[in-house]
Design a protein around this ligand. Structure first.
Ligand SMILES: Nc1ncnc2c1ncn2[C@@H]1O[C@H](COP(=O)(O)OP(=O)(O)OP(=O)(O)O)[C@@H](O)[C@H]1O
Ligand SMILES: [Mg+2]
Length: 214
């Protein structure tokens, strides 16, 4: 969306998030960032794909990785196939570079690949942790799409080996208590929550969100 409508207020909102990530990373110690939420459908995939799309405008080299191995969707945002991807890299012990989809200059995407029967074990494997370490030495940012916290433990597991976490909260769908519980379970494992994306806020043309720039 941000690539097709760069000048839109929505594009501006995502650019602001990307800039804030850069401010949170002044010391350059954040390379891997996972996006999650408390509930399904809050906008995790939409958010992380669009953030990837604006970070490249800041001159960053970005890898976007689909680690929602239960309901993968990153490939759909970029009209890619997920027939092969992350799970194949792991199973075949292949070089990840053979699975990159170069969607824009500076932005590579790796789809989920085949959905495994044991996603939790894959997510918690030594192999995936080593793979992500290798990936992060080749990019400025490795962005990771994950499932929601309230449904499975995968995002909590992933957060244990991430530099940072972004929490998406759908304004009109998720109550504060549910969002707080998700944040608490991430904090419990010492996840570095660098910010919350307040999503699906109804926007009227005269609202302060619409003209967020001013
Ligand atoms: N800011 C927004 N405004 C309006 N609709 C949105 C916004 N963000 C996401 N959506 C819509 O909400 C739906 C869910 O979005 P998305 O797939 O990104 O959520 P998700 O959290 O990744 O879901 P899942 O838990 O299934 O992985 C989609 O139809 C998407 O287009
Ligand atoms: Mg999703």
């Amino acid at each position: 969306m941000v690539r097709e409508n760069p000048g839109s207020p929505i594009g501006e909102a995502y650019r602001k998030i990307a800039t804030n990530i850069e401010f949170a990373n002044i010391d350059n110690n954040i390379k891997t960032i996972m996006c999650t939420s408390s509930m399904p459908g809050e906008g995790k995939t939409t958010t992380i794909c669009n953030i990837a799309g604006v970070l490249i405008d800041l001159g960053k080299k970005v890898l976007l990785l689909d680690m929602d191995l239960r309901k993968p969707a990153v490939h759909k945002c970029f009209k890619l196939s997920n027939r092969v991807g992350l799970t194949d890299v792991l199973i075949n012990k292949d070089d990840f570079r053979g699975y990159l989809n170069s969607v824009y200059k500076g932005l590579d995407v790796i789809a989920s690949g085949r959905i495994p029967s044991n996603p939790s074990e894959v997510i918690n494997s030594k192999a995936i942790k080593e793979l992500i370490k290798k990936m992060s030495s080749n990019y400025d940012y490795v962005l990771i799409d994950a499932p929601p916290v309230s449904v499975v433990s995968d995002p909590i597991t992933i957060a244990t080996y991430m530099d940072a976490v972004l929490l998406v909260v759908a304004y009109s769908e998720t109550d504060g208590e549910t969002a707080r519980k998700a944040a608490d379970s991430l904090r419990y494992i010492n996840a570095n929550i660098i910010g919350t994306v307040f999503n699906k806020v109804p926007v009227r043309k005269k609202s302060k969100y619409y003209y967020s720039y001013y």
